[in-house]
Design a protein around this ligand. Structure first.
Ligand code: FMN
Length: 199
């Protein structure tokens, strides 16, 4: 009788361990899955920096499509037209982009990423890379457990290594390859890109 009881107890124990480990696996998988993040739309945040409104337009469209929250990275010191002159080697943006260590300060209200499992990260391409203020943002936030999807707008340059640079600077998060869009990107094009992320 004692032996039978021991066997039953052992069997129940094994079943419990197996079901718990299966449960753990599912949770890990779904946390890193873009699909899960897309369906649980309230978990998504679109973060963007935009100096002249182009990236802002794309960010707003993405947020509307996936019903995500929207957060704008606002520079403590706004960029003037002079600052944005990329033909002038002495302009503020040229100086910042020539200095990999430049970290322009962020103004406006702060945001915590704690409640999000997916973050779209948008910016214009400056001198072939992400503006240094994006580095300020990623270095000051914890992306652990978050799927990060970079996107950019530009006059023609691709995303290049901007996404991988930011991923390295962030040091956490599961970063996707990301995408570049032109200024006239439509909601339909963005929808099809987002749908593609789930495949
Ligand atoms: C300082 C500066 C540098 C730029 N460098 C590039 C570049 O290297 N390649 C490119 O295709 N466009 C470049 N552009 C153009 C912007 O990427 C493009 O206009 C972008 O869509 C602007 O986005 P925004 O309106 O959200 O700021 C640059 C613009 C500025 C102001």
């Amino acid at each position: 009788m004692k032996v039978v009881t021991r066997i039953i107890t052992l069997a129940i124990g094994v079943c419990l361990i197996l079901s718990l480990s299966a449960c753990g696996k599912t949770q890990t998988k779904s946390k890193n899955s873009t699909e899960q993040a897309q369906t649980a739309v309230s978990d998504a945040l679109v973060v963007y920096f935009s100096a002249t409104g182009t990236t802002k337009g794309a960010a707003e469209k993405i947020a509307a499509i996936i019903n995500a929250d929207l957060y704008e990275i606002v520079p403590a010191e706004p960029y003037s037209e002079e600052d944005l002159n990329y033909n002038d080697d002495e302009s503020r943006t040229s100086i910042e982009m020539n200095d990999p260590k430049a970290r322009p300060e962020i103004g406006g209200k702060a945001i915590s990423l704690e409640e999000y499992s997916v973050v779209y990260l948008g910016y214009p391409i400056w001198h072939g890379d992400a503006p240094r203020i994006m580095s300020t943002f990623v270095e000051n936030h914890d992306f652990n457990g978050i799927t990060v999807i970079p996107f950019c707008t530009s006059g023609g340059s691709g995303l290049g290594e901007s996404g991988s640079h930011l991923a390295k600077q962030a040091g956490s998060g599961s970063w996707l390859a990301g995408e570049r869009f032109g200024g006239s990107v439509t909601e339909k094009e963005l929808q099809s890109w987002i749908d593609g992320l789930q495949r």
